[in-house]
Design a protein around this ligand. Sequence first.
Ligand code: ADP
Length: 334
Amino acid sequence: DSVVRPGADDLERAAEAALRPRHLDEFVGQKVVREQLSLVLQAAIGRGRAPDHVLLSGPPGLGKTTLAMIIAAELGTSLRVTSGPAIQHAGDLAAILSSLEENEVLFIDEIHRLARPAEELLYVAMEDFRVDVVVGKGAGASAIPLALPPFTVVGATTRAGLLPAPLRDRFGFTGHLDFYADDELERVLLRSAGLLGVPLAHEAAAEIASRSRGTPRIANRLLRRVRDWAQVRGDGTLSLEAARAALEVYEVDRRGLDRLDRSVLTALCTRFGGGPVGLTTLAVAVGEEPETVETVAEPFLVREGLIGRTPRGRVATAEAWTHLGLSAPTAADT
Ligand code: ADP
């Protein structure tokens, strides 16, 4: 898999654990969300009560899980972790909720993927601190209300718009995380290098940051790859040269595009004259499924302003031609 995709598997999560900021003031960037959250937490601590439920939205790898952990740490309580897809039946969620201790934080990742019955059970629990435990089966079944201690749900979603309104309304505070600026990613990288005990030059941090697609997870991952390179082929120091050489091995270009991104862009420019061309035709040209092109490569290329979507198909922007080192066709060529 490409090193610049934003998702993470369990192995990577383990590597990330060591690099997670533990307190709000170590969390780099996201100034607005940090300030708002800090007020919510301080007020709750002052009142000695669990804070309102918190919804965190934003693309993968920007720090939602990290913030959930920080919230629990700042409140001095423990964190329980689950996710929408992990909860198959409403009963699974009822079991988790009924085992929560007072003021605990329950983190539900990918909360937009909760099944309907679990979602409905969650509204009630969030609003009334109650679950209805169903006992018996069929006609003899009855629901016994069970009171829950106060607790805080921290939900994470890649798109707040995917949440049904009744669930969204149960959150007293919603924080939206945005992509990070390069100088913020540089700070993330220098902090991580310090924790890993590897010497990272400032220019190398800047180089890695500019290829990390605005995403701390990708920045930390590229840092680990550069560290490997420096250890195996270099002298252990993470210099600018080491960063460039390592990222060349992993085929991450200077804007953070990988091989698939570049082949889509190159096909669009060189085989279709910059478009417009339909998604399926473009996908066939690069030997991929249309869905892969649309969901894996395109979002970043669009965000970077390298391709545009028009009703007639995909088009390359002037920047795309420049990035590939090609000259865009002029009116005289056509
Ligand atoms: P998400 O839950 O949004 O997918 P994570 O919280 O798992 O993202 O963050 C991914 C990685 O990036 C973790 O290693 C985390 O420590 C790091 N990270 C994310 N945001 C920040 C930040 N603001 N400052 C420092 N490190 C961060």
